[in-house]
Design a protein around this ligand. Structure first.
Ligand code: S3P
Length: 172
């Protein structure tokens, strides 16, 4: 199981799709899965039911996906706020795609489909989440100014390096 985490706009879904193709694994995205189950868009769930209801659905969907067959899974940017989700991630290879706040604004700042971006405290939310991403990551890749293909290559090399280390009997 390879799981991609990081703030909005880091490229979790784009890089995840590329990675799944290269590794011949299925790709899933927690937001798309939630939308399919709910029959509504993420922004509609936020608007009608609020963030807490969205988080409950997100946690349930991620638990199901992680319990299922091997895949590359991109998580929504707020998913690792859940302690249950952080616990479920422990046995997975977790790739943290890092993005600076300024680059995030350039990439997705005006996206109306991302309700969290309209919060007045979005910069605080960004800063508060960084430690959470770091705490679950087995591999961290910087993405600022880089194309998805280059990031994907770094992820593959990084994961291969971790596996070599595992085989040599070191811990990381
Ligand atoms: C969210 C990020 C979104 C989506 C929802 C909430 C967040 O996913 O789950 O809008 O709290 O950061 P992306 O990170 O894929 O944009």
């Amino acid at each position: 199981m390879i799981v991609l985490v990081g703030f909005m706009g880091a490229g979790k879904s784009t890089v995840g799709r590329l990675l799944a193709r290269k590794l011949d694994l299925r790709f899933a995205d927690s937001d798309t899965e939630i939308e399919q189950r709910a029959g509504r868009r993420v922004r509609e769930i936020f608007a009608a039911d609020g963030e807490a209801a969205f988080r409950a659905q997100e946690q349930a969907v991620i638990a199901d996906l992680i319990g299922g067959p091997d895949l590359v899974l991109a998580l929504g940017g707020g998913a690792v706020q859940s302690e249950q989700t952080r616990r479920l991630l422990r046995p997975a290879s977790v790739v943290y795609l890092q993005i600076s706040y300024a680059e995030m604004l350039r990439r997705v700042g005006g996206d109306p489909r991302r309700p969290m971006l309209r919060r007045p405290d979005v910069e605080d939310i960004y800063r508060r989440r960084l430690a959470g991403y770091e705490s679950v990551a087995t591999l961290t890749i910087a993405t600022d100014g880089r194309r998805p293909g280059a990031v994907c290559l770094d992820v593959m090399n990084g994961l291969a390096g971790l596996r070599r280390v595992d085989r040599a009997g070191y811990s990381h």
